[in-house]
Design a protein around this ligand. Sequence first.
Ligand SMILES: Cc1ncc(COP(=O)(O)O)c(C=O)c1O
Length: 418
Amino acid sequence: MLINKRQFLQSLTGLAALPQINLEVLMSSVEAQSPQQVAQNEVFWSELRKGFTVTKDFIHLENGYYVLASNEVLESYIQHIRDINPISSRYMRTRQFDDKLTVRKQLADLVGASHEEVVITRNTTESLDTIISGIDWKSGDEVVMAVQDYGAMVDMFKQQARRYGIVNKIISVPNHPASDEEIVELYAQAITPKTRMLMVCHIINVTGHILPVQKIADMAHAKGVEVMVDGAHAVGHFDFKIPDLHCDYYGSSLHKWLGCPLGAGLLYVKKDKIKQIWPLIGETNYPDDDIRKLNHTGTHPVHTDLALADAIKFHQKIGIQRKEARLRYLQSYWTSQVRNHPGIVVNTPADPKRHGAIANVGVTKLKPADLAKMLMDKYKIWTVAIDYANVHGVRVTPHLFTTTDDLDALVKALKELA
Ligand SMILES: Cc1ncc(COP(=O)(O)O)c(C=O)c1O
């Protein structure tokens, strides 16, 4: 393991440093391999794992909540706190906004959008609730969403229903669709002349099902309906650019697949839609069509914004194609071993274009909560139980530091329990 400059300095000053890897050297070792070849190169991934501090107490397969940051990103984050703390208000008054603009531009580049359409928020909840609360709703306006959508957004729509009399129409997405058209049609059927907005998950968090968002957006736009995408789990997970989705609004959490320390999100608003959104937090310093009006944060942990640049750098050194291929490979690696096993139900589509790292699995004779508890108590495998709508099982979310040995332990446990 090579020691980098920061580790060397820390060893001189006596501050404990987290183990670091030389990512540039590691990446050059796989330069000649395709993403699919790298995806199955266990030697490479076990070296990369050394750049994360992973618990030895349990097998961590619940990385959907948020993903632990790599040691490299974590060290930079801690350094930002150390740097800003002594100068406190001077940093806030003189450098905060320029630094945030620099990172915002990097984030916008990452998702293929103009920085004039992107702001850094705290999370998806803040991003999408800003939009839901910012629309001038009229009584009778209709919104289409799915029962598999995330509770915080659905709750915000319920609040608008109570406050303004909007009507929320809830569809249910099948776990194993026959085609994109089947899903598009489901959403289309729920649209009426009163429908104003459609909310759709880019990837459903409880099943890991990636939805054909662009086709849904094109269908909705043809009927005059705006489209808001919940991309909480998408940025940093698989390769896409927001403008290619043809949506009007997009929110994501960057402490998930991008590996930023807690408290970073993205809000994208298509340029011509910015004007119509009222800010959630009052802001009069910017014109109505400037997205910064939606980003008045008050005093907040600015070191997270700075660490976002480090997370983007780490992510880009690995490369989104390699990351996507590895995450999809890990999911298929274990689901393919249990998908047709008696007593086991996989609630995530097998088609690779419909999933990434996340999958949901049930054991028919066990309640999801009991399955999650047994996996943890008996096998030290940490997952999360999901038990509503058409999803009854535990969500399993590997990450870049997950090994195939971890997944072998999961497969063995599931087969024993079934
Ligand atoms: C689909 C989906 N949307 C929104 C959220 C909310 O994300 P956050 O808590 O980071 O705001 C989550 C969180 O897991 C999610 O899975």
